[in-house]
Ligand binder design. Structure first.
Ligand code: PRT
Ligand code: ZN
Length: 289
């Protein structure tokens, strides 16, 4: 790949793969079918995508073999790689938590003293213990950490939890959170030394930001009685002042506005009560602020 293209490493096959590809698509990047390929060149943007195991991504970016990478904060912190976090991406959310046998109680973190904790994240766990001046034994397990208490290998575990089902299935329950994690875009520290790549990167980042803004927003349209305008404008959590348009019916107005996606169901009833009709809520592809 001896070209001037920006190189982005993403997970080849796993929980972050689909959402990372979706993000690139939202950025208008045309990524060809990547199955069984180690890298592909984006058709309409000067960028190559490398498909790697997530554990390898921080090191590739630290060394500048890849200019950028998408990886969970959990993996990044565990690897202790020296890279910049360019953007939090809002997906792949999970928590690294202490799991304890369901019949036990752990009232405060001092209860970890003297215990053996099995984890695939020994560095993060040990840092947490050091910061809190706790004395536990950490044992590193590469997979199926959740079965170690029942095998008598460990008292507690420290593992990623999202719904908690895996813990429950192993007769464990969640306790303290050690880390909250989401997917992040990481960047080679010296990327900006290369002017061309710096320019491509700033273009990509602007596209990612507009895509993320759009994902969190919806376009709201409705017709309202003219005399409800003031109240309805107060109800709508607009990002900017709503657009007000006149209609053929002189007693009615049309309102259009961009709102935070999660707010709609909170205001829907109030809008109806003020006489709003024909309410439409539309997805937005991009917002360029
Ligand atoms: O093959 P490769 O090394 O690339 O992939 P991987 O198997 O190491 O990682 P993968 O694909 O499982 O996860 C990639 C990233 O997704 C993680 O590093 C996290 O940042 C993020 N993520 C989000 C999760 C979860 N949610 C998650 N629930 N990663 C793993 N889990 C596992 C967890 O380890 C446990 O076994 O899911 C189980 C718990 O899930 P619940 O829903 O039962 O609580
Ligand atoms: Zn992995």
């Amino acid at each position: 790949m001896p070209n001037g293209n920006l190189k982005l490493a993403i997970q080849k096959s796993g929980r972050l793969t689909e959402k990372s590809l979706q993000l690139l698509k939202t950025c208008g990047l045309d990524v060809e079918n990547y199955k069984d390929r180690l890298f592909v060149t984006v058709r309409n943007f000067p960028m190559d995508i490398l498909f790697l195991r997530d554990d390898d991504i921080p090191e590739y970016v630290q060394n500048g073999v890849a200019d950028l990478g998408i990886v969970g904060e959990n993996v990044l912190l565990e690897k202790r790689s020296v890279v910049d976090i360019a953007k939090k991406l809002g997906y792949g959310r999970c928590k690294l938590r202490i799991g304890i046998p369901e019949y036990e109680e752990l009232e405060n973190i001092e209860g970890l003293n003297g215990k053996t904790i099995a984890t695939s994240y020994p560095n993060i766990m040990q840092s947490f213990l050091n910061e809190n001046k706790l004395d536990s034994r950490v044992i590193q397990i590469s997979g199926s950490v959740e079965i170690t208490p029942s095998l008598g290998i460990a008292d507690y575990i420290c593992d990623l939890v999202s719904t908690g089902t895996t813990l429950q299935m192993n007769k464990l329950k969640k306790s303290f959170t050690i880390l909250e994690s989401e997917a992040v875009l990481i960047k080679y520290k010296e990327l900006e030394m290369n002017n061309e790549k710096a320019e491509i990167f700033s273009n990509l980042l602007a596209r990612i930001e507009s895509g993320l803004n759009a994902k969190n927003s919806k376009y709201l349209m409705m017709n309202i009685p003219k005399n409800s305008l003031k109240k309805i404008v107060e109800i709508i959590p607009s990002l900017k002042s709503p657009t007000v348009l006149s209609l053929a019916d002189e007693n009615m107005l049309a309102i259009q506005s961009v709102i935070p996606a999660d707010k709609f169901w909170e205001i829907n009833e109030d809008l109806h009560n003020e006489g709003a009709t024909d309410i439409l809520l539309l997805p937005i592809e991009n917002i360029i602020l």
